[in-house]
Design a binder for this molecule. Structure first.
Ligand code: SAM
Length: 207
């Protein structure tokens, strides 16, 4: 079992206040994109991946940024549909945002913290994760050859917008860029491809 983590940056996703469950793709700052990323990160056809975590970065709405982490090994009772997942987020963003780096568990496997991608990158570094910024313009992530064992790997992806230049500068201090192919695809599909490559032990090009 190769532990993997995903971090998605929701540039306009609200960190505080009310979430409109009837308009996840519009007034909710493309929350639909983030819900599909949770879905792709955690759900198998029947059941939940216990080797995968995802951290959402809610950067919109004007309040302090908030992170919400779903841990596949601990979470239970989670439903894969976007609206049900968004219902969980709606309840969480009504709560005060914890301090940066202070993770508070709300239900088994669902916790939130203040902070942004800079905090996540540092936490992953402290946990010994190799970090990959998923970026269609980077070199290909795999090479066709014999497999070797992988390190623990964390993947950083963006929502429907490109990483900002500030995010690029920060993330590039921690992570190398790797492409899954030369076409930009949706973030949740990129997650699915990563799972496929890792599950089937493709030899990755991690240099
Ligand atoms: C819909 S794409 C973002 C597209 C955005 N217009 C841009 O230029 O970054 C969402 C995320 O999926 C990941 N992604 C999409 N296609 C990819 C590819 N071919 N290789 C690696 N990552 C990819 C990237 O992390 C990207 O930020």
């Amino acid at each position: 079992m190769l532990e993997r983590r995903f971090a998605i940056i929701g540039h306009r996703a609200p960190s505080n206040g009310k979430l409109s469950l009837n308009d996840l793709s519009g007034s909710s700052g493309r929350m639909d994109v983030l819900m599909r990323a949770i879905n792709a990160s955690l759900f198998l056809s029947h059941g939940i991946r216990n080797d995968s975590n995802i951290t959402l970065h809610l950067m919109g709405g004007g309040g302090p940024p908030r992170r919400i982490c779903f841990e596949g090994s601990k979470v239970w009772g989670l439903h894969p549909d976007e609206r049900a997942l968004a219902g969980q987020i709606a309840k969480i963003i009504e709560l005060p945002t914890p301090a940066r780096g202070l993770w508070m568990e709300l239900h088994p496997g669902i916790s939130h913290s203040g902070g942004d991608i800079s905090n996540t990158l540092e936490e992953w570094q402290n946990d010994g994760f190799k970090m990959i910024k998923l970026d269609a313009n980077g070199p290909l992530i795999w090479q066709p050859n014999d497999s070797e064992s992988y390190p623990k790997i964390g993947f950083i992806i963006s929502d429907d917008q490109a990483f900002t230049s500030e995010e690029d500068k920060l993330i590039d201090k921690f992570a190398i860029s790797k492409s899954l192919g030369n076409k930009w695809i949706q973030g949740h599909i990129a997650i699915g491809i990563v799972h496929h490559l890792l599950d089937n032990q493709f030899q990755l090009n991690l240099d």
